[in-house]
Design a protein around this ligand. Structure first.
Ligand SMILES: NC(=O)c1ccc[n+]([C@@H]2O[C@H](COP(=O)([O-])OP(=O)(O)OC[C@H]3O[C@@H](n4cnc5c(N)ncnc54)[C@H](O)[C@@H]3O)[C@@H](O)[C@H]2O)c1
Length: 438
């Protein structure tokens, strides 16, 4: 039998055991927060290598120090497992598994589905299940709940609580962390909402309740669609202003002095990461069911997807000015992760750039202090295993393309020692005739 007061009490007096499914960029920071508040966490992951690494007190994510993992393990607050039968040991289950797109750019819910199928046989009355993975409105109630109910013979809302609470993690953001970013929560019923808010209130400064799981699912998509569209807008303006001889970066610096009605977004070599290039298309797919078009999303996707090609075209244009060809040139990609100062290469436009430049006959190497070796990625398996070269080898290259602006790279060294530098991030400060923006 479920008992809301008992559940809330168990959170308050730290007796509630939290199960976190998916120990990745989202699941691990959540784990640290709960352990920090002295709640026990049992982490579940299908990747037994990650389970082993974490249980031996080591982190596999660069911006999460191993000391933090060994501290929560040594204090007895954390253990990782690949054994789903241990779901019976926890009171709340937070699901943080990937939600990518398929090869045909449709939502791939296979991770959510297989997680729900694995949990269902062990689900108990009185547990809370909260989905955190980004997804289209309707996933929690139309996809996850039926699997949980069928496999457990329990009823959502009556025997166990269900919520959707999107993750807003921004890895390595110096100004915000898991606990200080407000968290939107939607419940399957009012009681589900109360149970979920009680749990999240323990670790988050401000929870933001909404009326349904679907509203919470939609709120997350709105945030990421907003980013995708605004990035597309500055990418388009970048191409237009370039033709006019105007520097988009200077324009943004000027525009952002307006104290209201404007917020800066920055152009780049294309979208990267697990969220912005992917999430908007979850809505596009779902909208079709309602006969609705998502024209803004499609247009933004078109412009942002074109950016790596634009960088290649600009590079060829600048080489042409020097009377040289891309074919046969030795090219260094500077920065492999999709954003500054992290080691995450998922959907990174740098990987796409390597492909495009190599297709045109260039010899490509890369430098990234955060990514010593290219990991396996779903889309670019053939690049896995390649190693970062030292920046001191810059003089061996005909040109460099800066695609990520890390704070620990000496960009003036690149500008001073390479005949041509294509800067897609406004990373080089000062004026060098051989540095061209793209
Ligand atoms: N990374 C971010 O900054 C971020 C921010 C906001 C939202 N999100 C969303 O959060 C979700 C998770 O993203 P992430 O970046 O943490 O992914 P991730 O790949 O870093 O971690 C997911 C983990 O889930 C594990 N996993 C996969 N299938 C599983 C299963 N059936 N059972 C147990 N574990 C399983 C994987 O092995 C992996 O360790 C996604 O929906 C993503 O869109 C991510």
């Amino acid at each position: 039998m479920k008992d809301l007061n008992k559940f809330i009490e168990s959170v308050k007096n730290n007796q509630c055991v939290v199960g976190i499914v998916g120990l990745g960029y989202v699941g691990l920071p959540l784990t640290l927060e709960f352990c920090g508040k002295k709640l026990k966490v049992l982490g579940f992951d299908v990747d037994s290598e990650k389970v082993e690494t974490l249980n031996s007190g080591r982190s596999y994510i660069k911006h999460i120090p191993s000391e933090k993992i060994s501290a929560i393990r040594d204090s007895g607050y954390f253990e990782a497992t690949a054994d789903y039968s241990r779901i019976v040991e926890v009171d709340a289950i937070l699901i943080c598994v990937p939600t990518p797109l398929t090869r045909h750019r449709e939502p791939d819910l296979s991770y959510i589905i297989s997680t729900a199928e694995s949990i269902a046989p062990y689900l108990k009355a009185g547990q809370l299940v909260s989905l955190e993975s980004t997804t289209y409105p309707g996933t929690t109630e139309e996809v996850m709940i039926p699997i949980l109910e069928q496999g457990s013979e329990l009823k959502a809302g009556e025997d166990f609580w269900v919520a959707f609470s999107p993750e807003r993690e921004d890895p390595n953001n110096p100004n915000f962390n898991t606990s200080t970013i407000p968290k939107v929560v939607g419940g399957h019923t009012d009681e589900c909402l109360k149970a979920a808010c009680a749990l999240y209130d323990k670790i988050i400064l401000r929870t933001v309740p909404v009326s349904s799981c679907a509203a919470a699912e939609a709120a997350k998509l709105l945030e990421n669609i907003f980013r995708s569209i605004n990035i597309a807008l500055v990418n388009e303006l970048k191409m237009i202003f370039h033709r006019m001889g105007i520097d988009i970066w200077e324009v943004i610096e000027a525009a952002k002095t307006k104290p209201f009605g404007y917020m800066p977004f920055y152009p780049g070599p294309g979208l990267g990461g697990h969220c912005i290039p992917i999430d908007p298309f979850y809505l596009t797919w779902k909208a079709k069911e309602f006969g609705a078009a998502t024209r803004f999303i499609e247009l933004a996707g078109e412009i942002n997807t074109f950016m790596p090609e634009y960088v290649v075209l600009r590079t060829m244009e600048e080489l042409n000015e020097l009377g040289r060809a891309l074919k046969g040139s030795k090219l260094l990609i500077v920065g492999l992760s999709y954003k500054n100062d992290i080691d995450d290469t998922r959907e990174s436009p740098s990987l796409e750039l390597i492909n495009l430049f190599e297709d045109k006959g260039a010899y490509v190497e890369y430098h990234d202090p955060f990514v010593p070796v290219i990991p396996k990625t779903r889309k670019h398996m053939h690049l896995a295993g390649r190693k970062s070269v030292e920046l001191s080898s810059i003089t061996n290259f005909d040109l460099a393309v800066i695609s990520t602006k890390h704070s620990n790279i000496d960009y003036s060294l690149i500008a001073e020692n390479c005949p041509l530098v294509i800067d897609t991030r406004n990373a080089v400060s000062g004026s060098y005739p051989n540095v061209k923006k793209a």
